[in-house]
Design a binder for this molecule. Structure first.
Ligand code: MGD
Ligand code: MGD
Ligand code: MO
Length: 766
């Protein structure tokens, strides 16, 4: 029973709508966890597997990148982590017979949900040019095919090597090493679509593109601002940290166009009060901001803080000593902040002055402030200046580099931060390349490579011909689905190292390969014995992860083994890198990581300690800032916010409670009151009335881009919902078709998935 996927395509999208909820987790979360887990794994495997999640001797949850505390619960996972585990540890299998029964043309008509529900991939599969179906292929032959295409390229820069953020440190390090020995920096990754804006803004202002707080800082904070993030769904374990902070007296401000249930109230399933009582109210002040209004809001707060310092000097509204000793650019910033315009602020944010004054009072009362954020801040045209304004806000009161304070970009994929640390980056720092050259004795390419958006353009224009993906689901995760799919179809060869079937396997180049791999939950046995891998969480903690389940199929190879064998086959005798040794014993990879990457000295010894170790972070550890000026930089960008023409709405594309990015677990979004369907658009009742959109009616979403082009996603059920005025929300990836490829954030080039100008067009029956 458990191992059987649904027979037909189950996506009968027929949304049913109830009132949104006002609290997250509690008993229902446990019920949902067990139901989904048992459907995929059966009862025994569910119990065995879930007890290993995030334990010191277990595996790192393949869900989000939220850190584990030092004291762990017996069940250190959440409902959505359990769903992620169940997806991977499922007993369902995709065999060669499955591919024989389903030609690619058939698979291309299936939903992403259906494809994912078929189970784990079991064997390498090959789609020859012009063939209708994938056929089984040996690993040897698969590597021959890839090597043939790669060595036939006119330049190594005609190949693209994508990474999704689940890849281990060991696999990521080998993968970038292989790409660079082959001769290219074309290493786009999911980060380009995710926290790239955070990385860009933080590197420039603080000198380190990562968060500056540890878990204990959250517990010690006086004020935590959560902006553009929905932790109840996407980082549920963060709610425990917020609950603990509240118990210590912290206040919480949430800034969001949507009233997200998880931020309103948390019923901690680990405590009796959370199971049967009312739980803990989390948010003290909810600022229901318009999409893209955050830069204006933080600019206004900065103006008010400066004014408070002037009207009551000596009261410590700004941290003068910190500003003097550790920062650069204050005067220019202060002039820009003092000039903040109230009319513009209120227009951009949709807030009232009194609400901003209430926030100010809480800010001034706090000695230790943390700002947490995720995609609501990173996926706009002006995301980089927005995050820089958040940094200005924290610098003003000295809230960087002291306990209980700092920047906290909350990462998505469980090892997306580690992958970047390992060198998965299309614009590597010269110092990193120097270290690589020194250690491995080859000259790495110095020219910058393609990020995600540039890779799509290169494929579209025929400049890139081979696309290789280490995990992920590139065609569904990327913007402008039609453009991206057409670009992919132009490739000579597309290769995906994957655990599960997805749309990227059926929208292929002339030839295609699927290389099935081990997941986090599985035992990894190599020549040198049982191996473990390492990951880095959102707070820069590095620790080991060990799978314990028998692999889904004997036909799988681990990611490090795949890269090592491919490298040997492609690079041949020319490479002096000991690929074979790396494959046998991952400890030898860690020794090389220690030699190349700062902060990893004694890597093997330190990662053997339960709980792992923290990477150094200069601003956090010593208030030193490795920026161009040697100080923390204030910046003074003009305030921007999206302008929406009459009769249009600004659409954000976000996650439901039942999905992991492009992996759909189910068709419900419980906290938002939506069941049994994903094609919904949430619209404020007053906007809906003005636009003549009855609740329950159906509409097409038509995006309008500045070059006059239009994109359409048909058939969405209108849901009257308490979002901010002028704003709408729909799920990703169904709406990626609406996001123009050229609509990206300045500097970071991240697709602006949270600000799409749309017209809602209803079919009027004749
Ligand atoms: N279960 C589960 N966990 C996940 C994922 C998943 O898909 N499922 N994905 C993982 C990944 S890769 C990532 S990056 C994270 C994503 O984590 P989130 O960033 O929480 O994910 P989104 O669903 O995109 O939600 C964006 C939130 O920001 C708000 N928002 C949108 N625009 C704005 C804005 O302009 N201003 C403000 N202030 N708020 C705004 C939205 O209303 C929403 O609450 O989660 C990770 N964890
Ligand atoms: N419109 C819109 N688009 C977005 C976003 C948005 O908010 N709105 N968010 C963006 C963000 S934040 C991100 S991070 C990207 C996500 O982009 P990706 O990371 O590319 O996409 P995922 O859906 O996480 O990838 C899922 C696939 O990964 C494979 N997989 C799972 N586990 C493993 C493993 O252990 N090893 C290997 N090799 N493969 C594995 C499975 O085959 C699965 O089908 O999407 C981006 N796209
Ligand atoms: Mo992400």
């Amino acid at each position: 029973m458990a191992a059987k996927p649904p027979a037909g395509d189950p996506v009968q999208d027929a949304p049913e709508v109830a009132a949104p909820q006002h609290a997250a987790a509690g008993l229902p979360a446990i019920g949902h966890t067990l139901r989904i887990a048992q459907q995929q794994m059966g009862v025994r495997r569910t119990a065995l597997t879930l007890l290993k999640v995030n334990q010191k001797n277990g595996f790192d949850c393949p869900g989000c990148a939220w850190p584990e505390g030092d004291k762990r619960h017996k069940a250190e996972f959440c409902e959505n982590g359990a769903k992620a585990v169940a997806e991977e540890a499922t007993l369902r299998r995709v065999t060669p017979d499955f591919f024989a029964a389903h030609p690619v043309a058939d698979l291309a008509t299936r939903s992403g949900y259906w494809l994912g529900q078929q189970g784990r991939l079991t064997q390498p599969m090959y789609l020859p040019e012009g063939a209708a179906s994938y056929e089984p292929v040996t690993w040897e032959r698969a590597f021959d095919i890839i090597a043939g295409e790669l060595t036939a390229l006119a330049s190594p820069d005609e190949a693209v090597f994508y990474t999704s953020g689940r890849t281990s440190n060991e696999a990521a390090f080998l993968y970038q090493l292989f790409a660079r020995e082959f001769g290219t920096n074309n290493l786009p990754d999911c980060s380009n679509m995710c926290h790239e804006s955070s990385g860009s803004a933080l590197t420039e202002t603080l000198g380190v593109g990562k968060g500056s707080v540890l878990l204990d800082d959250l517990h010690q904070a006086d004020l935590i601002i959560v902006a553009g993030q929905n932790p109840g769904t996407n980082h549920p374990r963060m709610l425990s940290a917020l609950e603990r902070a509240k118990a210590g007296g912290a206040k919480i401000i949430s800034i969001n166009p949507l009233p997200e249930a998880g931020l309103e109230r948390f019923k901690n399933p680990q405590t009796p009060r959370g199971l049967v009582g009312g739980g803990t109210a989390l948010t003290d002040l909810f600022l229901q901001i318009r999409l893209g209004g955050d830069q204006a809001l933080f600019r206004a707060l900065n103006r008010l803080i400066l004014e408070a310092a002037e009207t009551t000097p000596g009261a410590g509204a700004v941290d003068e000593e910190f500003i003097r000793e550790h920062t650069h650019g204050f005067e220019e910033f202060a002039a820009a902040a003092r000039a903040a315009d109230w009319d513009e602020t209120l227009r951009a944010t949709g807030l009232e002055r009194a609400e901003i004054d209430r926030a100010l009072a809480m800010v001034l009362a706090s000695k230790r402030t943390i700002v947490c954020w995720a995609m609501g801040l990173t996926q706009h045209k002006h995301s980089v200046p927005t995050i820089r304004e958040v940094v200005n806000f924290l610098l003003l009161r000295g809230n960087v580099g002291r306990p209980g304070a700092g920047v906290c970009p909350v990462r998505g994929h469980s090892n997306v931060q580690g992958d970047r640390t390992m060198g998965i980056f299309e614009r590597p720092a010269p110092a990193f390349l120097d270290a690589l050259e020194q250690e491995f004795g080859f000259a790495p390419p110095r020219e910058h490579g393609f990020d995600v958006v540039r890779a799509i353009r290169a494929l579209r224009d025929g400049q890139a011909k081979v696309f290789f993906a280490m995990g992920g689901n590139f065609v569904s995760a990327s913007p402008d689905t039609e453009v991206t799919e057409a670009a992919m179809r132009r490739a000579r060869l597309t290769v995906h190292v994957s655990t599960k079937l997805n749309r990227s396997h059926v929208v292929t180049g002339a030839r295609a390969l699927i290389l099935p791999t081990l997941g986090r939950t599985e035992r990894d046995l190599q020549g040198g014995g049982e191996q473990f891998i390492t990951v880095e969480d959102s707070m820069g903690m590095v620790h080991a992860s060990r799978g314990s389940l028998t692999p889904a199929s004997p036909g799988l190879l681990s990611e490090p083994a795949i890269v090592a064998r491919l490298a040997r086959r492609v690079l041949g005798a020319e490479s002096r890198t000991p690929w074979e040794e790396f494959e046998k014993d991952y400890g030898t990879i860690r020794d090389r990581i220690a030699a190349v990457i700062p902060g990893f000295d004694d890597f093997n010894a330190r990662v053997a300690r339960p709980g792992g170790f923290a990477l150094p972070h200069a601003p956090r550890d010593s208030r030193s800032f490795p920026t161009a000026t040697g100080k923390a930089n204030f910046t003074a960008a003009p305030v921007e916010y999206p302008r929406v023409p009459e009769g249009r709405l600004l659409l954000q594309t976000l996650r439901s409670h039942d999905q992991y990015n492009t992996t759909i677990y189910g068709l419900d979004d419980r906290y938002r009151g939506i069941k049994n369907g994903r094609r919904v658009v949430l619209v404020h009742p007053d906007d809906a009335r003005e636009l003549g959109l009855a609740d329950g009616s159906y509409t097409d979403l038509v995006s309008e881009w500045t070059d006059g082009s239009e994109r359409r996603a048909p058939g969405f059920r209108v849901v009257h919902y308490p979002t901010a005025r002028g704003c709408a929300a729909s799920y990703y990836p169904e709406t990626n078709v609406l996001v123009p490829l050229d609509s990206t954030a300045d500097t970071s080039n991240t697709p602006a998935s949270k600000s799409v100008v749309v017209r809602l067009e209803q079919a009027h029956p004749a």
